[in-house]
Design a protein around this ligand. Structure first.
Ligand SMILES: Cc1cc2nc3c(=O)[nH]c(=O)nc-3n(C[C@H](O)[C@H](O)[C@H](O)COP(=O)(O)OP(=O)(O)OC[C@H]3O[C@@H](n4cnc5c(N)ncnc54)[C@H](O)[C@@H]3O)c2cc1C
Length: 455
């Protein structure tokens, strides 16, 4: 079987044994421990089709892998699968500056697509902290959100065309990039967020946007969460509002402390990072907010370095190293309930695990809250699962979603039913069975085992 794959893809296209890099075992959740039987690296759509057809004929399961920056374990092999990476199928194929579209190969790193758009004087509408490693295929397969959803939408909102290869090698898709195309079921939206379970995404057409004007970046201190909502209501009127990121005190103090930053004289109950296009309008908004106490202190970046320093606190990359057992939860909660959820979650986790690290930040305007959770050493074998159960049971009680952006993968599979009804899960399972009847695409991810599907 491997000989046949090697013959189809060439020696560089089928790595086995010691040639398979350790990075193929785990994504950024650092929870994967199993290397794939082989790492397939097709260099064209035809090779993807050939590889999948061969695997299908031999009953071999396939795990698509992108930049391995996912946080849900979706790209991690679980057993005897081969992994398939598009790291040799790269590049921007075309930019249409009139239609404002980009046709791009799925192996392209996000930052490369962003830079190509910028070089054409345009703006690529998806951005996130993992931009230097995440690949377009992974971005689409997880329907990534990120830092600019308030202005630009989620990945699926910017997807005008998609090409995929199904488990049996069938190439499917439409790269015409038409904005208006009401000709039956829209297959793009099946694959956006499918996490490798329906097929391999090979190429896409993205909507581009005009390059944004220069931005005002603000770091503000707020007295409480109601003030965040008051400020958001006013900020929505700002031209080009593109970020509205809240950091609860526990997160802000921890992240700023790791960076040696102390932007405010006293630690604020909530810190807010806001970006918009029109600096005078932002200044007017802040002045009024400072006057009526909605904001207690505010800094406006005077340079790109200042803006980067504000974002460093928000992105909190240093936290990953400071808390080796870090679990990143990514949930949606009805907006007005975000603070109540944070309080209940903090109380619930600390009651069960005194001394745990629990801190909160989020894209407030998208109702998206991230929970940074690290349990004390020696908490026990099932401790992570127990802590997650506390957090996710509360998400269900608050009527939220167990995954706002990162997807279900393996890590949230047990909790899918907290957010999706039995009939929704049954419909998803029927779609999976129609496109991948043998269950060869990324088995063990997203959907519960068939035995647990309600009739
Ligand atoms: C520092 C950091 C910041 C992040 N910030 C955000 C954020 O703000 N918003 C957000 O949404 N996510 C964020 N993430 C999570 C992650 O970056 C995204 O989920 C990203 O979209 C994953 O892309 P990837 O190429 O690394 O995919 P991978 O991790 O390699 O794979 C993710 C899933 O996609 C599938 N897949 C990959 N390629 C293909 C393909 N070609 N065809 C079909 N399926 C495929 C895999 O099987 C897997 O299920 C962040 C991660 C890190 C480490």
């Amino acid at each position: 079987m491997l000989d046949a794959l090697r013959a189809a893809l060439g020696p560089a296209g089928c790595l086995t044994g010691a040639d398979v890099p350790a990075s193929a075992a785990t994504d950024a959740s650092r929870t994967g421990h199993t290397l794939p039987v082989a790492l397939l690296r097709p260099a064209s759509v035809e090779q993807v089709s050939q590889a999948l057809a061969l695997c299908h004929a031999q009953g071999l399961a396939v795990v698509p892998q992108g930049g391995m920056t996912g946080l849900a374990g979706g790209a991690q092999p679980l057993g005897d699968e081969v992994a398939l990476s598009l790291d040799r199928f790269l590049g921007v194929e075309a930019i249409d500056a009139d239609a404002l579209t980009m046709t791009v190969r799925a192996g392209t790193v996000l930052q490369v697509a962003q830079e190509a758009a910028a070089a054409a004087g345009l703006h690529f509408p998806v951005d996130l902290g993992a931009r230097g490693s995440a690949r377009i295929g992974g971005i689409i397969a997880t329907n990534a959100g990120g830092l600019r959803v308030i202005r630009d939408g989620m990945t699926r909102d910017n997807l005008l065309g998609l090409e995929v290869v199904l488990a049996d090698g069938t190439v499917l898709g439409n790269l015409s990039g038409m904005v208006k195309n009401n000709t039956g079921y829209d297959l793009r939206h099946l694959f956006a967020g499918s996490e490798g379970t329906l097929g391999v995404i090979t190429r896409a057409v993205f909507r581009l946007r005009p390059a944004p004007a220069s931005q005002a970046t603000v770091l503000a201190a707020l007295p409480d969460f109601p003030a965040v909502l008051r400020l958001l209501a006013r900020a929505r009127a700002l031209p080009g509002l593109s970020a509205f990121e809240a950091m609860w005190q526990d997160y802000f103090d921890f992240s700023a402390g790791l960076l040696g930053a102390r932007p405010f004289t006293t630690s604020p109950p909530v810190a807010l990072l806001m970006e918009a296009d029109d600096t005078p309008a932002v200044m007017d908004l802040l002045e009024a907010a400072l006057e009526d106490g909605t904001v207690t202190d505010a800094l406006i970046a005077q340079s790109l370095a200042d803006a980067r320093a504000f974002w460093d606190i928000r992105e909190g990359l240093a936290i990953d190293d400071a808390l080796p057992g870090l679990i990143n939860l990514d949930v949606s909660i009805p907006m007005t309930q975000l603070d109540a959820y944070a309080s209940a979650c903090r109380t619930g986790v600390l009651a069960r695990f005194p001394g745990a690290h629990v801190s909160f930040f989020g894209h407030v305007a998208d109702s998206n809250l991230h929970v940074a959770l690290a349990l004390p050493q020696g908490s026990g074998a099932d401790a992570d699962h127990t802590a997650e159960a506390i957090a996710y049971d509360l998400v269900r009680d608050f009527g939220g979603s167990v995954s706002a952006e990162h997807g279900i993968g393996t890590l949230k599979r047990a909790w899918l039913g907290h957010t999706r009804s039995p009939s929704e899960i049954a419909a998803m399972t029927a779609i999976k069975a129609a496109l991948d009847p043998q269950g060869r695409m990324n088995p063990g991810k997203v959907l519960p085992p068939r035995a647990q599907i309600p009739d």
